[in-house]
Structure formats: C-alpha cells, structure tokens
Design a protein around this ligand. Structure first.
Ligand code: ADP
Ligand code: MG
Length: 279
C-alpha cells in the first residue's frame, strides 16, 4: 500500500539526483492541519521527503515551519491529515514514537540538559545499561561505554573542538551545544534527521561543519529536513526547498530553478510560484 507522490519540480532536478526521486518517499504528510485556539498553525500542508535528499523548509516567522516538523515528528498531534513512512500510515503520539521509527529531531528549543555532561546528553532517553546483572538487575548505566561511543560519534562528525565528553554541557558555548544536539541526531537517526535552525547559534566554521554533516547524512541515504533562515546555507545544502507561508505551502522549488531573491519573494508573498503541472 502506498500513497500517490506529490508532483516534483522535476524539470529542475539534476540528472545525477533523479534516481532519488524514483524511490518511495521516506516521510510524507498529507493535508496536515492544526489550530491553536483561533490561530491557524498549519492549513492542510502536503510534504514528501525522499531518502537521499536534503529538503529545506523556509518561511517567514510564524509561517508554520516548526509546527510542521512538530506534527511530522510526534511533538504535536495534527488535528487533520495523515503521516506516512515509506508509504505506510503511521500514528506518532509522542516524539519517542517517531524516534523509534528512525526519525531524530533537533527542535528549535534545544533539548539538551545543561547540567549533564556531553555523553549523557548524547544518550539522553536512550541510556545504555552495563552488561550482565549489574545492568539488568541493578540498572547501572554503562557510563564508560557511553562516553567512549559518544566520543567516537562526535569525532566521526568532525566536532573536534569538544575535548572532553565528561564536560558539562552548561560549560559549552551556544554553538557547541547546538553541535552536540546535531551530533546526537546524526548519530542516532537511522532514516530521517530533522533540524530546526541548526546553524542559528553557530559561527562560520561550526556552521560549515554542520552543513557538511547534513550532506554526509544525505549521501548515506537518509532523508534530511533542514529549517533555516540562512538562505546561503539553504541554497548550498538543499536539493529541494519547501516554502511555508501563512500556515500553508506556497510551493516547492530547487536551488537550480530559483535564486535566493526569488525564493524570498515567494516566501513573503511578493511573488507567486507558477504552479507546476501535476506529474
Ligand atoms: N504551542 C503553540 N500554541 C499557540 N500557538 C502556537 C503554538 N505553536 C505555534 N503557534 C503559532 O502557530 C504559528 C506558526 O508558528 P511556528 O510553527 O512556530 O512558526 P515558524 O517556525 O515558521 O516561525 C504562529 O502563529 C505561532 O504563534
Ligand atoms: Mg520556528
């Protein structure tokens, strides 16, 4: 059982990436809607994310970007619409459900615990017990093992500025905290990684590392949703760009089909996207 794919801006997909779009989407939303009292959070949004692509989501403040990814990842229950993974309907009731399905999310409000050290933060809500009865009966955490593996994850992702996995996260800079949250998602996301403004607190060098990490995840066949206000980052890293406006989707473009100025014009309503013919 699968659902019909949304039309793509196929004319503007480079030949080298076409195979990506011949696959089934890994994560889809259809008609997603949510109201906050009388405020429209989302107004019937459709979205397809393919394995092996970076789908950026751009839009003005309040356009519904964070709400959209919260609905897709179990943080909000949409009041209408459906969510599908690999064509099968899913029913995420909490973020843990999406996580168990292979979706890791870094929400805009960072979910790190400042007083805990880096490796504990990396393993938050997925702590590993010590082998044998020490773990199974006494529930003792495998702190040494977690620190070693956290160190490996951080090194693999190229965040060499973090020296000591036992360092409390509150002693890190905003950028380093963000890097820990992104590293956590990258290390554990098996199918989809969703990043809400991951470079907002980062300097140029750290942003570059996060963008490289995003491309690496994409090249490993994961689907990545990247929400960002930074248009150069979006145009550098994205394969396709979903434009949110006033709770709805104003269109999907690619960095090849539209330049940044046109993207921003669609985002603000100054320009309308000419509808693509259905595929
Ligand atoms: N928990 C909430 N309660 C009430 N209103 C909300 C809530 N979350 C989002 N909204 C409203 O929904 C709209 C979309 O917000 P949001 O998704 O955060 O926008 P964006 O991430 O694009 O800046 C805004 O009008 C916002 O105020
Ligand atoms: Mg937001």
């Amino acid at each position: 059982m699968s659902i019909p794919k949304l039309p793509l801006a196929v004319d503007h997909i480079p030949d080298a990436k076409r195979h990506v779009y011949e696959q089934e989407p890994i994560l889809s939303g259809r008609g997603l809607g949510i109201m906050f009292g009388r405020v429209v959070g989302l107004d019937g949004v459709d979205i397809d994310l393919y394995p092996g692509e970076v789908l950026a989501v751009i839009g003005d403040n309040g356009a519904g970007k964070s709400t959209l990814i919260k609905c897709l990842t179990g943080a909000y229950l949409p009041t209408s619409g459906e969510i599908y993974m690999e064509g099968r309907k899913v029913d995420f009731k909490r973020p843990q459900d999406a996580r168990e399905a292979g979706i890791e999310t870094v929400y805009q409000q960072l979910a790190v615990i400042p007083a805990l050290d880096i490796s504990s933060n990396l393993y938050l809500a997925r702590e590993e017990r010590r082998p044998g009865p020490l773990g199974s009966v006494l529930r003792m955490l495998d702190k040494k093992g977690m620190a070693t593996r956290a160190g490996e994850a951080v090194t693999r992702l190229g965040i060499q500025t973090i020296q000591n996995m036992g360092q409390a996260v509150e002693t890190l800079s905003g950028g380093q905290r963000q890097a820990v949250a992104v590293a956590r998602a990258a290390a554990f996301g098996s199918k989809v990684v969703v990043l809400d403004e991951p470079t907002a607190a980062l300097g140029v060098k750290e942003s570059g590392m996060v963008l490289d990490m995003i491309k690496q995840l994409r090249d490993n066949g994961l689907g990545v949703i990247l929400i960002s206000h930074n248009m150069p980052h979006v145009w550098e890293a994205a394969d396709r760009i979903h434009i949110q406006r006033l709770g709805g989707c104003a269109g999907v473009i690619t960095p090849q089909s539209h330049d940044m100025g046109e993207g921003v014009a669609i985002m603000t309503g100054a320009k309308k996207l000419v509808a693509e013919a259905p595929a």
